[in-house]
Design a protein. Sequence first.
Length: 331
Amino acid sequence: MRPCPEGETCALFAVDALKGGIFEHHQGLHLMLYPELFKTMEAVRWNMSTDIPWDDFDRSKLSDEQANTIKMNAITEWAALPATEMFLRDNHGDSDFSAFISVWFFEEQKHSLVLMEYLRRFCPDLLPTEEELHKVRFEFDRAPALETLMLHFCGEIRLNHWYRCAAQWHTEPVIRAIYSTIAKDEARHAGAYLQYMRRALFDRGDDTSQQAKMAFSKIGMLMASAGRTQQALHPTNLHVNKDMFPNDTVQSKLPDPGWLERWLDSQIRFDGGWEQKVGDRILHILSKLLDRTFESAKDLNRYRKETMAAMSGKSGLILPPGVGESALVGV
């Protein structure tokens, strides 16, 4: 598989690649996705020492307000550690996906590291402590693996847009370059998750396919309706441990638990226009994946009801108030 042309189009590129037969069956066997994903990501991997323009730093263009948000994002990215532990636990029977998570974990921790390196060089007083980083490492409740997969696919798309927006808000050249760089990583991660979504739909039998349709339409409906909620719908802002509720989101463990909404609303100004881009991208990709046109969350909800099948158990994810299905009446 050739490298993705542009970071923000990676997920769509992955759908076209799959439909174009890049990952075809070989002699009747299902090829693992991990080997090709590794090669693809290795081909575009950036070097923190040579690909970040450290020498372009301009202190006059970095405010204290901006610097503090870099610290919060560095700690938030560290939460890839408990997310990885969750993925490995809940996908114990899927060695292909578990192997891919090793790549995802490496790149997500690298995001945290590059943001911390920026602070170490230019704002050492804001460098997160090991204690601050460790606070975001806590156990997540078990949840249906396909719902978690879809949630993180949507989360990568959203984070790609957040970081692109943040790159525009910042005025200091080096941090702008960093956010633009890691935004492309997030888009590639969405593309990789999408390939495992496709595998669940078409390569794992009818039962898994039905479960996948239910999971993808259910979570997709919620994520594409994020503009209807007051909380940012991202994995780090969802409740994931019932015993620790309400202090069971990654964001609740940060030194400033309320920073995310402030960052989105009044700092980088991730407004309705940006939110619409996220929702439209999710709907467009699911339209290609499920071979049906979804122009709104209402269309996804209709599809979900049409494909509803008996599924036991409940998700370990507790959505923010007002985000449950009752909030989608009329959607």
